[in-house]
Design a protein around this ligand. Structure first.
Ligand code: SF4
Length: 311
């Protein structure tokens, strides 16, 4: 174990801190984390954790989300410059304008958004539960932001009218997957099962054998009798897949599908974060109350107990 990792572990124990890392984090950061997961898994963990400090290794909206749902812990984000470009494409004004145009349509907001935007929502979802939530909402038309590809996917799966807000917002990493390249890869890797994230464009999803969030992909890979997979999401997930899915092999469907912001978190920044209690994430109280209300609506419509009540 190198000195940085030893020091991270020592400081973590001394502070009573828990390290959470997203599936797209660099391998060495995943390795020192107490828990690695996708947005839904990490949100649930953040709700349940009883720790003085949570160090969130991911992008800005994820650390902010942890601060919204766990008021009892201090949330630290090792690099505030690690910002999701998609989350910055949607504003409060976008939601308010859309509500004026479609006053009867409930607003469903993807967790990949700033807290002030989620505070405008009726429901807050992740890619793992978005389809179920929209299916269970009584309205046939919903407003959904910010990812228009995920909006299209939800519309296809639910048969409902899903209006994207704003009109053309996307994840710059998942739009790198190209259907023509996928066709070539599929012809080379004939025995591979192609799995894709719902943030990929429809032309890419149409070629997939399975579409799901990163946690759903891992579940699928574990239960699938096939042992070879072509992976259509950010390449960082492959590290976790190799670790957890013994005997299975993975080929990235695009080697350029790298989220540079996710990779801004390094072991050195994590060490400084623990050593100097940097950078503390705080969310306005009124905003946090509104986001928690939207999350409660989400759990209610799914008919599941809120993870808060299991603390
Ligand atoms: S992969 Fe896409 S949605 Fe996820 S943090 Fe990076 S830019 Fe944002």
């Amino acid at each position: 174990m190198n000195n940085t990792v030893q020091e991270i572990n020592r400081l973590k124990e001394g502070l009573g801190a828990i390290i959470l890392a997203h599936n797209y984090q660099p391998p060495e950061v995943q390795d020192v984390a107490d828990f690695v997961g996708d947005s839904l898994e990490l949100s649930i963990k953040a709700m349940q954790i009883d720790a003085r400090f949570i160090v969130f290794c991911g992008v800005d909206f994820m650390a902010e989300q942890a601060a919204v749902i766990n008021e009892g812990s201090v949330i630290l984000h090792p690099d505030p410059e690690a910002k999701c470009p998609m989350a910055s494409m949607i504003s409060v004004e976008d939601i308010r304008r859309a509500r004026e145009r479609h006053p009867k349509a409930p607003v469903v907001i993807y967790v990949n958004s700033p807290a002030v935007v989620k505070a405008e929502a009726d429901y807050v979802v992740t890619s793992a539960n978005a389809v179920d939530v929209v299916s269970n909402i009584s309205s046939d038309t919903v407003l959904f932001g910010p990812d228009r590809h995920l909006a299209e996917y939800i519309a296809k799966k639910t048969g409902k009218i899903v209006i994207p807000v704003p009109e053309d917002c996307y994840c710059p990493v998942h739009v790198k997957f190209n259907p023509n390249e996928i066709k070539v890869l599929k012809s080379i890797y004939k025995d591979h099962v192609f799995i894709a994230h719902p943030e990929c464009p429809a032309s890419v999803r149409a070629l997939a054998d399975f579409v799901g969030s990163t946690s759903q992909m891992i579940k699928f890979v574990k239960s699938c009798p096939n042992t070879r997979f072509l992976v259509g999401t950010e390449v960082g997930i492959i590290y976790r897949m190799v670790k957890e899915c013994v005997g299975k092999s993975f080929v990235p469907a695009s080697t350029s599908a790298i989220c540079e912001d996710m990779k801004k978190i390094t072991l050195e920044k994590l060490l400084q974060s623990l050593r100097n209690k940097l950078y503390r994430v705080e969310v306005d109280k009124e905003v946090a109350i509104k986001v928690r209300k939207a999350l409660k609506n989400t759990f209610d419509v799914l008919g599941v107990e809120s993870p808060w009540s299991k603390k």
